[in-house]
Design a protein. Structure first.
Lengths: 469, 111, 465
């Protein structure tokens, strides 16, 4: 029942939100609904509750509405559940035209994401995969920046092509199962020949690679992040990119073990190239949003490289890091949004000396920046440590090259902090004020999570042990 | 007379019809060519009908085999008549508007 | 038999209602009532409650698939009458005749779903086509309508000629008009290449059916005809008539395709035709500025997907063609009913519709999402079944991949309308005031599409249980 609630609360409240005429009511309602989802999500962490749901859906097709929750799912469900109230609270002061539609679509996105992380039936998974995409298309196209229509459409077409290819893959596997079923157990039990695996592997992998995104399929991402309204960008980079990684862990590698081994080298090399490339571009950026976007590509590249190195310890690191990266990147976006809302610009070159005017924000950002660089005592350290541990076991040189991106990451992150917050104040920051209470509150919570899990990561490591699809 | 003569004749008539439809520009002539195609079909159907009947007759003197081919011909004639009535009405309607039955004329008017 | 007789009777009733009733809306309500009678009569036969039984000497045979297809077509027509009935009233002075002709087309559809031989097949095709020539030209003073009508008529008769030659050759080779007779008789003595008659006949049949369903390379008449015909009748032609043509096409070739000889050649022909149809339909649609013309090309593109049912004949295709008909017809009827209300048929004419008419914009979005095959709409399962049938056949994964790439192209032009409605500024104007009833009908139609998208068993359940 709990998995069903996690999807049902957002869906129902989304539908209600569309009918609220008053913008503020919609905003508050969305905040309440997402908090309710968070409470259910926290409750789902308890080890004894029944975490499966199964109902008839399409008997003619052999698909069931079945959801289940294991350690991996819990991690991402928790991330999804936390991020939406955080996003709503931190952007509480932003005014949107037709805000009922905005919040309704946001909640639908949440439902889609929850479904992706919960589904244990492949057709159902595909449904939620698309459900998470369509509201985002409308969100970005209606409320985004100037070039929004073209950019969002590029994003949509990329992911849509990917998911259609995945649909072919799903159907292909479906007809291989002896009992013609979409259940994850039937898919895991498949005995595919090498050539079958190689073919279907790519059909699935392209969809996931576009979503993550892995070099060279990443070109939609920086533009989409820049043009989307910030609330959506937070979800895109904090939660949505994890869909790809989750899908690789849950579906791709267990179904196609031998194809994975065969193509692992190519994918790892592409990921590492993407990391270095994105880090180098990030150094060149003058725009906070684009910098965080490229930094996100670099982080995701590391995760996918570690995934395909197929080492258990690395995988544990990836799972922890999925959660932590989500928290950290949302924190960074909140800061970027606060700066843009207040000063009307996101360019470093037009900013400086903000620490004198907004000391609290400065301290919070420094913690977030340290977490983004994965310094010890921040949450990201544990994850990155485990990930590099796995990557070193796989290949020393690849781990070494990937390590360079960590250094580059430190360069651009600290460079950003320094340029925006320290040095002389410039005209733009002359009259800056401290950030609003709600943003402070949210950021403080995030920072507490960061430090908390940095000091005591054991609960997360325990969670990664429970993977049983 | 052997069946292949009928086949060759009918196919020649049919081909004349097809070529006429594809090359002529006068709506009435195209229409006549289509009728030619239908009539070629009728001829061939009757010939086939007789052929099948003759074969069946050898084994059974009271056979009805082959009658359905001739039946089909009547249906074709009826349908063709219906088509003629509609088709001529359409051509007349066009003639009233453009004072021409050239099928390219309409294209030229449009642009 | 119920549906055939009732639909012909309804047509006659509608003709006379034009003499008796002078009020145009009254005629519309008579037509809706007659259609309801027709639906009920058909359901009576479907559930075996009461059947008018006339001995057709084996020329007709009724099965559940055909009767169910009738039901879908009738319900789609009902939606069409309710949504576009007022546009039919405005199409010209002879409202009753238009309705009568539509009923005669439906009679043709019912024959096409139950033919058991080439004779009835031919009669059905003709009964379906001849009223359409008249409907296409119903805008008598409009040169575009004239041209469309003439073109449609000449192309239609031409393809009928080819069809008949095909039937004749098959008859010559097999000695019967039945569907099952694959035994080639040796009667054609004296003709040195007698063995070639049946395959040539089938190829001619195939070509003529490609004409009727506008599959490339025999599609060239379709855009002009669909564009030239009055929009309200384009809607009918592009959905109900086309779906019925497909049903007949599939029914015929499911029985006859073995006559081509074993597999590969036949599959290769279809492969080329499907790819060509998808290519021409989708790529040309991208460049259209008029939504009506774009829909004409999109109907060619959708035909490419429906041809999948021909490519692979297995248990998925039957469900697939039923779902595809429902999904495609409902969505397109909805889109056309909105289109005919618009002042300007170009893409820019839709700019800002979400501000001026939010209900129209929202339902139109659902219809377009369904046409592009996005999950949660009926269109997804329609495409799903088609792809599944092809994959199940095995060995045609390349065709499926090409098809989904074109499906992604189709998203490009369908979404242009959504972008115009929601993301662009403008004042989209309608040519008539939008009534509350119309909005309610649209919402119901959109809801049906969404329900079929979440739970397609709702439709197929009727068929199976």
């Amino acid at each position: 029942m709990i998995p069903l609630l996690l999807i049902l609360i957002p869906v129902v409240s989304a539908i209600l939100t569309f009918f609220l005429k008053n913008g503020n009511a919609a905003k508050n309602w969305a905040l309440i609904a997402s908090t309710a989802t968070l409470i259910v999500g926290l409750y789902a962490l308890c080890p004894v509750c029944k975490l499966e749901f199964d109902a008839t859906w399409l008997p003619l097709l052999g698909s069931r509405f079945s959801l289940s929750l294991d350690g991996l799912s819990k991690m991402l469900v928790l991330l999804t559940a936390i991020s939406f109230p955080v996003v709503f609270a931190s952007t509480y002061n932003n005014e949107y035209k037709q805000s009922n539609a905005f919040y309704g679509l946001m909640l639908l996105t949440q439902a889609g994401l929850m479904g992706v992380f919960l589904a244990s039936d492949c057709l159902l998974f595909y449904f939620f995969w698309e459900l998470a995409l369509i509201p985002v298309y409308f969100l970005c196209s209606i409320w985004g920046g100037e070039k929004r229509i073209a950019v969002t459409f590029k994003f949509f077409v990329y992911t849509f092509v990917g998911s259609l290819l995945m649909l072919i893959g799903i159907l292909y596997l479906y007809f291989q199962t002896p009992d013609h079923s979409f259940a994850i157990k039937s898919f895991y039990a498949l005995k595919l020949s090498a050539s079958q695996q190689n073919l279907a592997f790519w059909l699935f992998f392209i969809a996931f690679a576009i979503k993550m995104p892995i070099f060279p399929l990443h070109t939609w991402q920086p533009d989409a992040y820049e043009q989307s309204p910030t609330a959506v960008t937070m979800i895109l980079s904090g939660v949505m990119v994890k869909m790809g990684i989750y899908a690789v862990i849950r579906w791709l590698i267990p179904i196609f073990p031998s194809a994975t081994v065969k193509y692992a080298d190519i994918i790892i090399i592409a990921s590492v190239i993407g990391m270095i490339y994105a880090s180098l571009i990030a150094i060149k950026q003058d725009d906070v949003k684009r910098l965080v976007a490229y930094s996100s590509i670099a982080h995701i590249g590391l995760m996918s490289a570690v995934l395909f190195s197929l080492k258990t310890i690395g995988w544990n690191g990836v799972m922890i890091q999925m959660f932590n990266h989500g928290i950290n990147v949302i924190g960074l976006w909140i800061v970027a949004d606060a700066i843009e809302q207040k000063l009307g610009t996101r360019k470093f070159s037009e900013l400086g000396g903000l620490a004198q005017k907004a000391p609290v924000l400065a301290i919070l950002l420094v913690v977030l920046a340290f977490a983004n660089v994965a310094l010890p005592l921040t949450n990201a350290f544990v994850g990155e440590f485990l990930m590099f541990n796995g990557l070193f076991q796989y290949n020393f040189w690849i781990a070494g090259v990937a390590g360079i991106s960590i250094i580059l990451g430190a360069v651009y992150t600290l460079n950003m902090v320094q340029k925006i917050f320290y040095g002389q104040t410039v005209p733009a920051t002359q009259n800056a004020l401290e950030i609003k209470g709600n943003v402070q509150f949210v950021l403080i919570i995030l920072v507490l999570v960061i430090i908390g899990f940095g000091v005591y990561p054991q609960p997360m490591i325990d969670l990664t042990k429970h993977i049983h699809p | 007379m052997p069946i292949q003569y009928y086949i060759y004749l009918a196919l020649s008539l049919f081909s004349i019809g097809v070529v006429g439809v594809l090359t002529r520009r006068n709506a009435i002539i195209i229409f006549m060519c289509i009728e030619l195609m239908l009539n070629a079909t009728n001829l061939l159907l009757v010939a086939f009908s007789k052929m099948h009947h003759a074969v069946a007759l050898a084994s059974n003197t009271a056979t009805q085999v082959g009658i359905e081919g001739q039946l089909f011909v009547f249906f074709i004639m009826v349908v063709a008549a219906a088509e003629v009535s509609v088709g001529l009405a359409i051509i007349v309607m066009m003639y009233r508007n453009t004072h021409s039955v050239d099928i390219n004329f309409l294209n030229r008017l449009k642009n | 038999m119920n549906a055939i007789i009732l639909s012909a009777l309804c047509g006659v009733v509608m003709m006379f209602s034009g003499i008796l009733l002078k009020n145009k809306s009254a005629i519309k309500y008579v037509a809706i009532a007659a259609l309801l009678v027709l639906i009920i009569g058909n359901l009576f036969q479907f559930y075996g409650i009461y059947t008018i039984d006339i001995d057709s000497k084996g020329l007709l045979s009724f099965d559940r698939t055909g009767l169910f297809f009738n039901t879908i077509i009738f319900v789609a027509t009902l939606a069409y009458f309710i949504l576009s009935g007022s546009d039919i009233e405005r199409a010209g002075p002879d409202v009753a005749e238009y309705f009568a002709l539509i009923f005669f087309v439906l009679c043709g559809v019912t024959i096409l779903t139950s033919f058991n031989g080439l004779l009835m097949f031919f009669i059905g095709i003709e009964i379906l086509s001849i009223p359409l020539y008249i409907l296409t030209g119903s805008d008598k003073k409009n040169l575009k309508s004239n041209e469309a009508s003439l073109k449609y008529f000449l192309m239609g008769s031409f393809s009928t000629g080819i069809l008949l030659m095909g039937i004749t050759l098959i008859y010559g080779a097999t000695g019967s008009f039945g569907l099952q007779s694959t035994t080639i008789k040796s009667a054609v003595t004296g003709f040195s290449s007698a063995g070639i008659l049946a395959p040539v006949g089938l190829v001619l049949l195939f070509i003529s059916m490609c004409f009727k369903v506008s599959a490339a390379p025999f599609h060239f008449w379709a855009p002009d005809v669909y564009d030239g015909a009055p929009s309200v009748f384009t809607s009918f032609m592009a959905t109900i008539v086309k779906a019925a043509g497909f049903f007949a096409f599939i029914k015929l070739f499911a029985a006859k395709s073995e006559d081509f000889g074993p597999g590969p050649a036949w599959k290769l022909i279809l492969f080329v035709i499907i790819v060509a149809t998808l290519f021409i339909g989708n790529i040309t649609a991208v460049f259209q500025q008029s939504v009506k013309r774009m829909l004409a090309y999109s109907s060619i593109a959708q035909a490419g997907f429906m041809l999948f049912a021909l490519y692979s004949t297995n248990d998925f295709t039957k469900d697939g063609i039923l779902l595809y008909t429902a999904a495609y017809s409902f969505a397109t009827i909805g889109i056309f009913s909105i289109l005919t209300k618009m002042e300007d048929y170009s893409l820019d004419g839709f700019n800002g519709l979400s501000k001026s008419q939010p209900v129209l914009a929202f339902t139109n979005t659902v219809f377009f999402l369904s046409l592009s095959g996005i999950p949660l709409t009926a269109g997804f399962f329609a495409k799903y079944y088609m792809l599944a049938s092809a994959i199940k056949g095995g060995g045609s994964l390349s065709l499926v991949i090409i098809a989904v790439l074109f499906a992604a192209v189709s998203v490009y032009y369908y979404f242009k309308v959504i972008q115009a409605m929601y993301f662009k500024e403008g004042v989209a104007a309608t040519n008539t005031p939008i009534t509350g009833n119309f909005k309610v009908a649209l919402i119901v139609l959109a809801a049906i599409i969404v329900i079929l998208g979440i739970y397609p068993t709702a439709l197929l359940g009727f068929y199976y249980f």
